[in-house]
Design a protein around this ligand. Structure first.
Ligand code: 5GP
Length: 117
């Protein structure tokens, strides 16, 4: 079923309507394991408000974005990948490979990542 403008698969996860493995949660952000991981650690850091893409970000979202990166940093340390390194990715629209139109930051690590994903 197509997501409506106000909804997304991630909103359903946030509302506990569909299951996910939650790695972190606070009032504004949730982090879940990707259902189709492309690396040993593959976590999605997601704001609880539905911002569809980076194109929709406003100045007022700057702190939220910063906090998403800090959640990624914390999870990378917890997962033991901080020293070896990891990648943070936000895909945007069709050419960027975005498939879920609810902003999310991919935390990828646990193997050497080639330049292209
Ligand atoms: P995008 O391609 O939009 O940057 O990333 C979307 C990601 O969400 C993909 O890596 C995909 O595997 C993941 N994903 C899609 N649906 C679900 C779901 O229902 N649960 C979880 N945990 N991840 C999902």
């Amino acid at each position: 079923m197509q997501d409506s403008v106000q909804d997304s698969i991630f909103m359903k996860i946030i509302r506990r309507e569909i299951p996910a493995t939650i790695e972190y949660e606070d009032d504004d952000i949730i982090a879940i394991r990707d259902i189709q991981p492309i690396a040993p650690t593959h976590i999605l850091i997601i704001p609880k408000t539905l911002i569809p893409t980076v194109n929709d970000l406003a100045e007022a979202d700057a702190a939220l974005l910063g906090r998403m990166v800090l959640v990624a940093q914390k999870l990378a340390k917890e997962k033991g990948i901080a020293e070896n390194g990891y990648r943070l990715v936000i895909n945007v629209n069709k050419d960027g490979g975005q498939t879920v139109f609810h902003l999310h930051l991919h935390l990828l690590g646990g193997r050497t990542l080639a330049f292209t994903m």
